[in-house]
Design a protein around this ligand. Structure first.
Ligand code: PEP
Length: 251
């Protein structure tokens, strides 16, 4: 079995300006990130994608935060996967909890968008995760399964080679309340076993499952030591210099 390459994504969410983004890109370019050992992908707001792709070191990936499931047409306000490819951007997030929560994206819709983006040649960071009430009522694994099912139904085995799964418990996102290494490892292990059973053992072994939710330079080290944690999706801390330390969590 081949080891899974560590993956660290930075989700900038709806933050930044031309000036602050130029500064952030400059910092990343000068950080000499260990790209041989870690895949690094940052997701700026859509209006800044072209700026970031044209100024960021080409060894670092760029991702959209969201994408639409059509090539072009009368879909005001949406981003086509073809725009991303035209901009030499090869990644998108799908199913971030903020999109599920504030824009009512269902797991079926997330799967449809994921499949469409993959069919257009993009790679996808697909996000899943339970809410606080779901965790407290013991529904975590059932929720994860219900979010994975439409994805597994839509994707082929070959598709999975271009998917990174982000486990992001909603109660940990932007709250400063990080999952314990044991909580995260348990969820990642469950996700991997679910993939083994419902997709294939090969896909389960090869798919990167990354953790997101209040990851910082201070807590990334012990999370990175867990066997089924293959990297991070970082929100708040991806706007700060400490992102560099998170990229190096496994080194
Ligand atoms: C995220 O937006 O995916 C995220 C994990 O945010 P934060 O790191 O700020 O909790």
């Amino acid at each position: 079995t081949t080891p899974r390459k560590f993956f660290v994504g930075g989700n900038w969410k709806m933050n930044g300006s031309t000036k602050s983004i130029q500064t952030l890109v400059d910092t990343l370019n000068k950080a000499h990130l260990p790209v041989e050992q870690v895949d690094v992908v940052v997701a700026p707001p859509a209006p800044y994608l072209a700026l970031v792709r044209s100024t960021l070191d080409s060894k670092l990936g760029v991702s959209a935060q969201n994408v639409y499931a059509a090539k072009s047409g009368a879909f005001t306000g949406e981003t086509s996967p073809l725009f991303l490819k035209d901009l030499d951007i090869h990644w998108t997030l799908t199913g971030h909890s903020e999109r599920r929560q504030y824009f009512r994206e269902s797991s079926e819709y997330v799967a449809e968008k994921t499949k469409f983006a993959l069919d257009q040649g993009l790679s996808v960071i697909a996000c899943i995760g339970e809410s606080l009430i779901e965790r407290e009522t013991g529904a975590t694994n059932a929720v994860l399964a219900s979010q994975l099912e439409p994805l597994a139904a839509a994707l082929t085995a070959a598709d999975w080679a271009r998917v990174v799964l982000a486990y992001e418990p909603v109660w940990a996102i932007g709250t400063g309340k990080v999952a314990t290494p044991a909580q995260a490892q348990d969820a990642h292990k469950y996700i991997r076993s679910w993939l083994a059973k419902h997709v294939s053992p090969a896909v389960a072994q090869a798919t990167r499952i990354i953790y997101g939710g209040s990851v910082t330079a201070g807590n990334c080290g012990e999370l990175a030591r867990m066997g089924d944690i293959d990297g991070f999706l970082v929100g708040g801390a991806s706007l700060k210099p400490e992102f560099t330390q998170i990229v190096k969590a496994r080194l």
